[in-house]
Design a protein around this ligand. Structure first.
Ligand SMILES: Nc1ncnc2c1ncn2[C@@H]1O[C@H](COP(=O)(O)OP(=O)(O)OP(=O)(O)O)[C@@H](O)[C@H]1O
Ligand SMILES: [Mg+2]
Length: 387
């Protein structure tokens, strides 16, 4: 801030997560991800696999009920728009990756997709450890890595404190931030994606500052209760509310990457301990969403054959947005992911082995909305619509 912002443009590669609350189509927003939003490549493959499964089982007529998904293409297109905006021939896209990659599908497929759409753009991958010795600022604060000028930085890491084991990694993040490269996300976008900001956006009157009336109504219909735990009257009231009925809430720290939330009785223990300490402001309180439950088969590592479980599905909608304080250059919704997990499991965790990649299967509903419908035989489609 002191030396001035030399790159006002940010690239958002987003995944906003929702639960379906009942079969009639009401959905509730879980959260918005603005950094390292995962699964855009695997979701496409999963839908292809499910379409293939239906086909070989003799249900070719139902394959169009699995909607088309272009999440991978879309995320790569977002990166290319940012590269075009930077507008320096020969500049590269830098993927900042883990030292030891556990989810290769969220980087190599994106790299291949960028080449497919724009063979002239080169992608390089570097870890924080490599960048410590290879990154520097050149003329006009261009980010130079290993002799390449970087147009766009795509962070696959950087969202968790343990990605910054020493002060040197924080200094590196600062160096990249000060550069002219377009970041996904920039620090301001990264902060806008925190749980705290999500909670603040729910306060009455806040969305109205950014959106038109009709959009405010639509967005609000997706929100469940989100409460600040600041050291004030509202925060005190939220603490009392959670202590009185901990099973109705989720306590969330300002973290990403899953596995950090606190549920049920543990909320009561944590808040009893933090009640009078400013440490409680490191959390927000969220109403527990009770998603629609349905039987589904999950194929998971270590579980032998597919298991029939009572499952819930979490729908992630992908989008990309390129803009600055003045202007939005592009803003597109580009696909989805569906992750299913046993309803008894509190967090999604595909990598942790609890959840599984899934595909939405759209069903037909009577036009008057009165009844459930079957999976859409041709003769029923006259009076019905996909939901
Ligand atoms: N209000 C809620 N009600 C029910 N379940 C929730 C709620 N909030 C979060 N969860 C569950 O916990 C998981 C993790 O929560 P959340 O997405 O907010 O954390 P995260 O650390 O940002 O995770 P991610 O790595 O998916 O971005 C969700 O995917 C969902 O399964
Ligand atoms: Mg998240």
């Amino acid at each position: 801030m002191d030396e001035g912002l030399c790159q006002p443009v940010s690239l958002g590669l987003l995944r906003v997560d929702y639960f379906a609350c009942d079969l009639r189509g009401t959905i509730a927003q879980v959260e918005a991800n603005v950094i390292a939003s995962g699964w855009s490549a695997m979701s496409q493959v999963t839908s292809d696999m499910h379409r293939y499964g239906l086909t070989v089982l003799g249900h070719l007529d139902k394959t169009d009920q699995i909607p088309a998904n272009t999440s991978l293409e879309g995320i790569a297109t977002g990166m290319i728009h940012a590269w075009d905006k930077y507008n320096v021939a020969g500049a590269v896209i830098l993927f900042v990756v883990e030292d030891r990659t556990i989810n290769i599908c969220d980087q190599r497929f994106h790299e291949f997709q960028v080449y497919r759409q724009r063979p002239g753009i080169r992608v390089i991958r570097r870890s924080f450890a490599q960048l410590l010795s290879q990154a520097s600022l050149g003329e006009s604060r261009a980010l130079i890595v290993d002799g390449h000028e970087v147009a766009v930085v795509y962070y696959r890491v950087g969202y968790s404190p343990d990605h910054y084991p020493s002060e040197r990694e924080w200094q590196l993040r600062l160096l990249i931030e000060r550069s002219r490269a377009i970041k996904s996300p920039s620090i301001q976008l990264h902060l806008a994606g925190t749980k705290k900001v999500q909670q603040e956006l729910c306060r009455p009157g806040v969305l109205e500052r950014y959106l038109r009336d009709q959009e405010v109504t639509l967005c609000r219909s997706l929100f469940v209760g989100l409460y600040s735990l600041d050291m004030d009257e509202d925060g005190d009231a939220a603490v009392e509310m959670a202590l009185a009925a901990p099973h109705r809430y989720v306590l969330k720290p300002q973290r990403e990457g899953g596995g950090n939330n606190i549920y049920g009785e543990e909320i009561a223990h944590t808040l009893a301990r933090l009640r009078d300490s400013a440490e409680r402001t490191a959390f927000i309180l969220m109403e527990l969403i009770e998603p629609h439950v349905q039987p589904n088969y999950l194929l998971r590592p270590g579980h032998g054959s597919p298991e029939l479980v009572q499952a819930v599905g979490e729908l992630g909608i992908f989008g990309y947005i390129l803009g600055d304080g003045e202007q939005t250059y592009c803003n597109e919704c580009c696909g989805f992911t569906l992750r299913s997990k046993p309803s008894s499991v509190q967090e999604g965790g595909i990598i942790a082995g609890f959840g599984a990649m899934d595909s939405p299967f759209l069903v037909y509903w009577d036009e008057d909305g009165s009844g459930a419908a079957s999976s859409g035989d041709g003769d029923q489609r006259g009076n019905t619509q996909l939901s």
